[in-house]
Write a protein that binds this ligand. Structure first.
Ligand SMILES: [Cu+2]
Length: 494
């Protein structure tokens, strides 16, 4: 019960330390859940509110091909690409206000970078090759150094050759713990990802033109934390916080907790007034923090199920263990409110952003891209199917940056009308800022913060930001095949 233990165990004592992530192995030795990042020398944590901010957390993330057990025997292990021995991993937990110094070590045979998804960080730390940093070449190291301003459930992943590299597992978890707020008896990470595997455990085809031009190429092996149908032990009658992540490249999820009343308490790490978990669609990269009361009786179980499928698909279960905790009646309490700068909606500039299919699939021109191997470029596919405001990202070659979608005036507020002109769903993600979601022309949405919003077919959604973070910020679909075949652009805040 790794992340649960992390509340009370080693990583609850986060101070300065280094993570040792060398070595090969399966997807973690722990039988259940995810173990916390392995640490050395963990002196006791000073009380947060009484003293100076905690010392920086230092981690080393070694991007490398590893071998993992996903399918049971007689299948062989799967040749994943990860930052450590666990998937998703490691789980980095920071206190609010704590600085992270993460050294990326590239032991791959292609360049790489790390994007810190959902974090409002300085542009130079955002991890987009060619746009915010030079790609980290094989054998090189690169230090990311920032202090996340917000608490919440975030993650990190490669932003290079993402279809294949994220498809093979190059992602980890970043949790920033809030100060104050309700106590939980368990705090779990449940990261949902499908893998496209052959029967022998090797990878099948991760991207197809047919998938890239439609809803995406789906995996065939559903997992939570890299395991098929894991069972999480939780304290009987305890309040369980489950951080639900969709870290799949493609699949849309509608998660439910069967057997308990589950409440959403945060979206993309951003608190909102508790509301029942009932039909909140999650596109790739989206997260929900939910809370539910575990069964009273030891051995009782509840199930995590994806109902966005022809048949509901059980993904994991939670099993009550131990003497039942003595608790008052279950009532989900809100998390402390986020401190994201409020856009000034009066006088905000309005801007429309169209997400569409390209009129004609354009064949990628190697004469423009030069002789850079495809695996070393921003984009895996040689075609474009998608566009943002009628432009497809790779049309001018991957290293020749297109002009920004728009240049935003620093400090000014903007209301974007995101218009999905296609019959497919698109989770639209902004870097460096957090959307205030205002409304949709198709459904009722509570006003809430998110870094990724799911546009349903033909839907128009209004979102606002205060453009307070200078730099060039990616703005793209997070169905990775869509992103890498054209549905990608960037906003310049200057
Ligand atoms: Cu898309």
């Amino acid at each position: 019960m790794g992340p649960t233990a992390a509340r009370t165990g080693a990583t609850a004592r986060l101070t300065r330390r280094s993570l040792l992530l060398a070595g090969c192995g399966g997807l973690g030795a722990a039988a259940l859940g995810l173990p916390p990042a392995r640490v050395t020398a963990a002196p006791p944590l000073p009380v947060q509110s009484a003293g100076p901010p905690p010392e920086p957390l230092e981690v080393e993330l070694v991007a490398r091909r590893r071998s993992a057990r996903i399918l049971p025997e007689p299948a062989g292990p799967t040749p994943v690409v990860t930052y450590g021995d666990d998937f998703p991993g490691p789980v980095i937990r920071l206190k609010k206000g704590q600085r992270l110094r993460a050294m990326l070590v590239n032991e791959l045979d292609a360049h790489t970078s790390i994007h810190w998804h959902g974090i409002r960080l300085p542009n130079a730390e955002d991890g987009v090759p060619f746009l915010t940093q030079a790609p980290v070449k094989p054998g090189e190291r690169h230090l990311y150094d920032f202090t996340p301003p917000d608490s919440g459930s975030f993650f990190f992943h490669t932003h290079c050759n993402t279809v294949e590299m994220l498809g093979r597992g190059l992602a980890g978890i970043l949790i920033v713990e809030e100060e104050g707020g309700p106590a939980f008896d368990a705090d779990l990470v449940c990261a949902v990802k499908d893998w496209q595997l052959n029967k022998d455990g090797s990878f099948g085809t991760i991207i197809t033109d047919r998938g890239a031009g439609r809803a995406g190429t789906f995996g065939n092996t559903a997992t939570v934390n890299g395991r098929i149908g894991p069972v999480f032990d939780v304290p009987a009658n305890g309040d369980v916080r489950a951080r639900l992540y969709n870290i799949d490249n493609t699949r849309i999820l509608d998660l439910r907790v069967e057997g308990a009343d589950a409440w959403i308490i945060a979206v993309d790490g951003n608190p909102l007034p508790p509301r029942p978990l009932d039909g909140w669609l999650m596109g790739p990269a989206m997260r929900l923090d939910v809370v539910f009361r575990a069964p009273k009786t030891a051995g009782g179980t509840v199930r995590l199920v994806n109902v966005y499928a022809p048949e509901p698909r059980p993904l994991a279960s939670f099993r009550a263990v131990g003497e039942p905790l003595r608790k008052p009646a279950f009532e989900p309490a809100p998390l402390p409110a986020a401190a994201i700068p409020e856009p000034e909606l009066d006088g905000a500039a309005a801007m429309r952003v169209d997400f569409s299919a390209t009129a004609v699939a354009q064949v990628f021109d190697p004469a423009i891209s030069g002789d850079l191997p495809l695996a070393d470029s921003l984009c895996l596919s040689d075609k474009t199917f998608w566009a943002v405001n009628q432009r497809s990202w790779p049309e001018d070659g991957h290293q020749r940056l297109p002009p920004p979608i728009a240049t935003l005036e620093r400090g000014r507020s903007y209301v974007f009308e995101l218009a999905n002109l296609t019959p497919h769903l698109h989770p639209i993600h902004i870097h460096g800022h957090t959307f205030l979601v205002l409304d949709s022309d198709k459904r009722e949405l509570p006003r809430h913060h998110a870094d990724t919003v799911l546009l349903e077919p033909r839907e128009r959604m209004r979102v606002a930001i205060r453009a307070d973070n200078p730099g060039d910020w990616m703005f793209h679909c997070h169905i990775i095949e869509h992103q890498e075949t054209g549905m990608m652009g960037y906003l310049r805040v200057a």
